[in-house]
Design a binder for this molecule. Sequence first.
Ligand code: BGC
Length: 247
Amino acid sequence: MQVFGVDVGGSGVKGAPVNLETGALAAERLRIPTPQPSTPDAVTDAIVEIVHTSDWNGPVGITIPGVVRAGVIETAANIDDGWVGIDAASMLSHRLGMPVTVLNDADAAGLAEAKYGAAAGIDGVVILLTFGTGIGSAYLHDGRLIPNTELGHLIFHRQKAELYAAGRLVKRGELEMDWWASRVDEFLAYVEELFWPDLFVFGGGISKRFETYSHHFTTKARIVPAVLRNQAGIVGAAFAASIRSET
Ligand code: BGC
């Protein structure tokens, strides 16, 4: 079975059909730079263009980098404020004429890693953190997602943790990799003290280079890089939409 997944990120809107037996993309991934400002209208146009260009007609899963409850966007730290209060699931399903499931981007990555990747078959508590434009989190217990945890918004050193340790600080040259990694380690220690996970999964674009900085990490729990890398959002969105269309 295939379902279409779309990942709306700070820099790109990406989409592809996903083979749900394997978790692999079933066709080439299409990408459009995230419109600036990233208003609901502009981002919706980008999503519609990606889905139509792919000749897709069927269920679609879409990630948004904010809290999503029952399809409604509740926060928008890294996307235009105009999204707050919008019933994105209804709006997008109306525009596409297809059933749409909307969920948080890190939650989608967590679902994908739990089903097909680094956390597959792992019982207990798994926390996936994505280090990109912000810090996203997914909290899983025995493979089941507890959505919208927003651990990147924990106050740490008198600011939101995602301002202190997001991957973008390295990408923009504001922080050297080693300094960044030791900040991340401090943050991981804090998260560990509160949640005691059995496993951390380290995600986001910067997880590609995990081996170059992971020696800074001192967590008690095992920490592994995400396996699906920058496809986790697309795959998790498609998977979430498939669970919904079964029920
Ligand atoms: C948002 C989260 C999102 C994360 C990663 C944070 O600023 O509040 O909802 O998952 O960025 O995109």
